[in-house]
Design a binder for this molecule. Structure first.
Ligand code: AMP
Length: 232
C-alpha cells in the first residue's frame, strides 16, 4: 500500500477536486442559461376582449398575483406618443381615428419586449394580438424561444356596457380615442379584424371565455379559476 505523507495527500486531494470541478463545469456549460430558463414553463396569457371589456384593469390584478410581465401594445404606443418618437408620430393619427396600427410595428414592439425579458415567469398580452397575422407572428416568436401561449382568456361584455364604460373612462382620462364616434369605430374594428383571433386560438383548444359583466373582483375571481386550471 502506498503511504503518502500529509502534504502529498493534501496535494493529491486538491488534484482530484480540481478534476472533479472541471467535469462539473463542463456539465454546467452544456446546460446553458437558455436550457435552464426553458425548463421552467412560462405562463403566457392573452387577455382578450373588445375595447372597454376591462383588459387593463384585470391585467393589473393578474400580474400582481402571478408575477407576470404586462405587455400592453396600447400602453407602449401611448408611451411612444408621449415621448414624441418617430413611431409615436406615425401611430398617433391612426389611434385617434380608432384604426389599427400596422402589424409590422406592433409585432416589432412585442419582439423587443420578449427579447428583453427572457427570464420572466410569463407574460400577459393585453391588446395584442389584434389580428390573425399578429397571432401567427406571436406563435412564431414564442416558438423561437421554446415557449407558447398557455391560453386566451376572453372577457365577454355587452356592447352598451362597453360604450358606457369607455365614455366614463374618457371623462376621467381624457384619452383622445374615448369619445363616442371613435369608440363606435374601435368596436367595429374589433368585430371585423380582432374577433377572428379568438377562433384562431379556439382551433388550438386554448380559448377560455369568461363573463366580463359585474364587479371587478367578481370578474377577477372567474379569471383566476381559469388561470389556476391552466397553471396546474
Ligand atoms: P388599447 O389601449 O389596447 O385600446 O389600444 C389603443 C389603440 O392603439 C388602438 O385603438 C389601436 O389604434 C392601437 N393598438 C393597440 N394595440 C394594437 C395592436 N395590437 N395592433 C394594432 N393597433 C394597436
Amino acid at each position: 500500500m502506498l503511504i503518502l505523507p500529509d502534504p502529498l495527500i493534501l496535494i493529491f486531494n486538491f488534484w482530484k477536486l480540481l478534476n472533479c470541478t472541471q467535469e462539473l463545469s463542463l456539465y454546467i456549460c452544456a446546460f446553458n442559461n437558455h436550457t435552464i430558463i426553458n425548463l421552467l414553463k412560462m405562463l403566457n396569457l392573452v387577455l382578450f376582449g373588445p375595447p372597454g371589456s376591462g383588459k387593463g384593469t384585470q391585467s393589473e390584478k393578474i400580474i400582481e398575483k402571478y408575477e407576470l410581465i404586462h405587455l400592453s401594445t396600447g400602453d407602449i404606443l401611448r408611451g411612444e406618443i408621449a415621448n414624441k418618437t418617430d413611431l409615436g408620430l406615425q401611430a398617433q393619427e391612426i389611434m385617434a381615428k380608432g384604426e389599427l396600427v400596422s402589424d409590422e410595428i406592433v409585432i416589432g414592439m412585442i419582439k423587443n419586449k420578449l427579447e428583453a425579458n427572457q427570464a420572466a415567469k410569463g407574460f400577459i398580452f393585453d391588446g395584442f394580438p389584434r389580428t390573425v397575422a399578429q397571432a401567427e407572428a406571436l406563435d412564431e416568436l414564442l416558438k423561437s424561444f421554446n415557449h407558447d401561449i398557455t391560453g386566451l382568456v376572453s372577457l365577454n361584455v355587452d356592447k352598451e356596457e362597453l360604450i358606457q364604460r369607455l365614455l366614463i373612462r374618457g371623462q376621467a382620462s381624457g384619452r383622445a380615442d374615448d369619445k363616442l364616434e371613435t369608440i363606435k369605430k374601435r368596436i367595429s374594428v374589433y368585430e371585423k379584424q380582432t374577433a377572428p383571433v379568438a377562433n384562431y386560438y379556439e382551433k388550438q383548444e386554448k380559448y377560455y371565455p369568461v363573463e366580463g359583466m359585474g364587479g371587478i373582483d367578481e370578474i377577477f375571481d372567474r379569471i383566476v379559476s381559469v388561470i389556476n386550471k391552466l397553471n396546474q
